[in-house]
Design a protein around this ligand. Structure first.
Ligand code: NAP
Length: 366
């Protein structure tokens, strides 16, 4: 089956997801708890369940101080995470007790993403690593209050806003690499499904909607294609002249038994739970890979890599296309400028200007 059909529908996505996991069963991500992160601050979105929860627990065991952000991030999540870490006995043996904080954040709201960055600035946090893990599969098209497709906003638009605002606000300092030899790092959780995205529209990349349950997996693939193209462009723009100032890594964790199908209709839930239980592994192995990408010194002087499960791969050709990357950046920044006029997001620096960190913003190619 060609790559662009493999994950185009729910059934083929399940079948190919199982096949991918089976093929990679003997390849293990490095289990290096020696990749310590003691004292470094790390931000992770979507740590309340699934892959994010397991990744957060590993990062804590490696000594990272952590901020978790998602809709249900609060004291109960912090309690569950502490329990999970103690269960694994990592913190006690390492002799450090990392700090954990939670900031409730809804990625379906640009205002909420802005509020997250404002709160991080207020707390004076400087992040060595940010894991953009939160994601959703919507069972049908829904509009957010900002006027975008909800799944597109959660999976792509909010990640673009959060990533660029973290740099502009100084919460992620791109000049740090010169000081300590380790550039700040962004790890994005995308999906192999991006290869099965429909063709990109001639006009207005961000204007999608009107799909029902049968097409929702294809539009999930589209949102992940935009995310995967964005991360390539982000890496290009923030690392001019082949100098690594920000390590940008993107990965697909493979099919896992998590809450990702939680928006499917209630009548299908028993069947979905059965399939997940019988066919898919839990998120622990993939979380080890995310934690490796977040903490390994191997990636200190590189950027722009893409991984599937534990292996390096090329993105889909569309996600590597610099023309599409530049167009996506331009259209998204145009949308944010419009939102800034309405007071929903902070005014964007003009395109092709330099940010506070001295990084060229906006498309290099016009
Ligand atoms: N499971 C798979 O087979 C699979 C395969 C490929 C890629 N992925 C990707 O893996 C990542 C993690 O997903 P998962 O499988 O672990 O699913 P999950 O168990 O459903 O976890 C998703 C996380 O995202 C957060 N989230 C969802 N909507 C949000 C919103 N509007 N605002 C803020 N946070 C939101 C949730 O937190 P709250 O509910 O607290 O908001 C939750 O912690 C996603 O990016 C997904 O696309 C998963």
């Amino acid at each position: 089956m060609s790559d662009n059909r493999r994950y185009a529908g729910a059934l083929s996505a399940i079948a190919n997801g199982i096949a991918d996991v089976w093929r990679s069963r003997r390849v293990q991500p490095p289990e290096l708890d020696s990749e310590r992160m003691d004292g470094s601050w790390c931000l992770i979105t979507g740590a309340s369940s699934g892959l994010g929860f397991e990744t957060a627990a590993i990062l804590l065991r490696r000594g990272a101080n952590l901020i978790v952000a998602s809709r249900s991030a609060g004291p109960e999540l912090l309690r569950r995470l502490r329990e999970r870490v103690v269960e694994a006995e990592g913190v006690r043996s390492a002799g450090t007790t990392p700090e954990i904080e939670a900031i409730p954040t809804d990625l379906a709201s640009l205002e909420s993403v802005e509020a997250l960055v404002t709160e991080l600035e207020r707390r004076g946090r400087r992040f060595a690593v940010v894991v953009f893990n939160a994601g959703a599969v919507a069972s049908r098209a829904r509009r957010t209050q900002d006027g975008f497709d909800e799944m597109l906003q959660i999976n792509y638009l909010s990640n673009h806003l959060l990533a660029t605002r973290l740099v502009e606000s100084g919460c992620v300092d791109l000049s740090a690499s010169a000081a300590n030899g380790r550039p700040a790092r962004f790890v994005f959780v995308s999906s192999e499904a991006h290869r099965s995205s429909p063709d990109v529209p001639e006009t207005d990349l961000l204007d999608i909607g009107g799909y029902g349950m049968r097409e929702s997996v294809r539009w999930y693939a589209y949102s992940k294609l935009l995310l995967t193209a964005f991360t390539e462009e982000l890496s290009r723009l923030y690392n001019p002249n082949d100098e690594t100032r920000l390590t940008v890594l993107t990965m697909c964790p493979g099919a896992m038994r998590t809450g990702i199908a939680g928006d499917a209709p209630g009548i299908l839930q028993p069947l979905i739970r059965l399939v997940l239980r019988l066919a898919f592994p839990g998120p622990e192995k993939s979380a080890r890979m995310v934690a490796h990408l977040a903490s390994s010194p191997r990636f200190n002087s590189t950027s722009g890599l893409y991984f599937h499960l534990s292996s390096r791969k090329e993105r889909d050709a569309r996600a590597r296309d610099p023309e599409l990357g530049a167009r996506l950046w331009r259209e998204t920044e145009g949308v944010f400028a419009d939102q800034a006029d309405r007071g929903r997001v902070t005014a964007r620096p003009p395109l092709s200007s330099f940010s506070r960190n001295g990084v060229l913003r906006g498309p290099l190619r016009t």
